[in-house]
Design a binder for this molecule. Structure first.
Ligand code: GDP
Length: 314
């Protein structure tokens, strides 16, 4: 279920959010098929695609892979509109089916947010809490960022705003203990969704990454026998504005927590939406959610077909 239940509304919002990225891709449509003077040259057109992909921050290796597949379809490509069509197909194959958030049937659904500072973890958590409450579900928040008092306060504000309980401990508490208590409380109170924040950390800091591994293990431990019924999503929150730099973050987090997906935030302020393709290509990680602004409703389930539609210039 998307917050914006209507697909065309999603598409419009996404189109606005991706304006910058789409402009970078605009070379693909730089020539109008109807202009007789504009003879179609496959190699030249492919070069323009490559430059568009790179400007949209798809990255070199992913861009090469995309071009390789477009080349395999050369026989079908006689015009710019053929090219757009085949490119759209290739991008669709690369992204594959959209992957939704896990949702337990009859048990607890746990969502753990990880990522570097400022990527949008707490904001996304608040937006998700709002979404689930709107759907009539019971939600509990876990303030697993025990490092900064301000982060706890920020999450507390979200809990008040949305109207859901929050488990908070004093700064410096072991985050695994907070997570353990959040899950146990959720189970005791038969809450449907547990949303857990963690402190921002750099993927290069080994001890902090080990702390995350501990947090992840605490979830399983607290679930105990309920584990069979529960689902756990570990989402890496990446700021789209940082483009290819965001990618380097994925590696460290993958190793320590077993990520199940990505939230790509700030697509509204970025010209680098192409990083979605690189995330999937390099790490086989699906983007599950996208942040399209700072408002409560500016969060959507990722839909690969709509994303490509919004990305490619008409
Ligand atoms: P955290 O440190 O990872 O918890 O990051 P925060 O949730 O505190 O977010 C950092 C900043 O990014 C805040 O000013 C948020 O309002 C902003 N932010 C988060 N998500 C989005 C988004 O999708 N779009 C925009 N424009 N800003 C966002």
């Amino acid at each position: 279920m998307t917050l914006l239940s209507n697909a065309s509304q999603w598409l419009e919002q996404l189109k606005v959010a991706l304006t910058g990225t789409r402009q970078k891709m605009a070379n693909v449509s730089s020539c109008d098929d109807s202009q007789a003077l504009c003879a179609f040259d496959f190699e030249e057109a492919l070069e323009s695609v490559e430059s568009g992909l790179l400007k949209a921050d798809v990255g070199l290796d992913t861009s090469d892979e995309i071009l390789k597949h477009v080349r395999l379809r050369q026989k079908k490509i006689m015009s710019y509109s053929d090219l757009r069509h085949e490119l759209s197909d290739v991008l669709g194959e690369l992204l594959g089916e959209s992957v939704a958030l896990k949702q337990s049937e009859g048990g607890l659904s746990v969502i753990l947010m990880v990522g570097v500072n400022g990527s949008g973890k707490t904001t996304t958590l608040g937006k998700l809490a709002h979404r689930f409450k709107q759907q009539g579900k019971s939600v509990i928040l876990g303030a697993g960022d025990t490092f900064r008092a301000a982060a706890q306060e920020q999450l507390g504000v979200w809990a008040d705003r949305v109207g859901c309980p929050i488990i908070q401990k004093k700064p410096g508490t072991d985050p695994a203990a907070v997570v353990f208590e959040t899950i146990q409380t959720a189970l005791k109170t038969q809450t449907q969704i547990a949303l857990i924040d963690t402190a921002g950390r750099l993927q290069s800091k080994t001890n902090l990454m080990q702390e995350l591994t501990k947090v992840r293990l605490a979830i399983d431990k607290a679930l105990g026998e309920q584990k069979a019924l529960a689902t756990v999503d570990v989402l890496l929150v990446l700021d789209a504005v940082t483009g290819q730099n965001a990618l380097q973050q994925a590696e460290g987090f993958l190793a320590s927590t077993g990520l199940t997906g990505v939230v790509l935030t700030k697509l509204d302020g970025s010209a680098k939406g192409g990083v979605v393709f690189a995330i999937k290509h390099r790490y086989q990680l699906p983007v599950k959610l996208v942040g399209l602004g700072e408002g409560l409703g500016d969060l959507a389930d990722f839909d690969s077909q709509l994303f490509i539609q919004a990305l490619l210039p008409a």
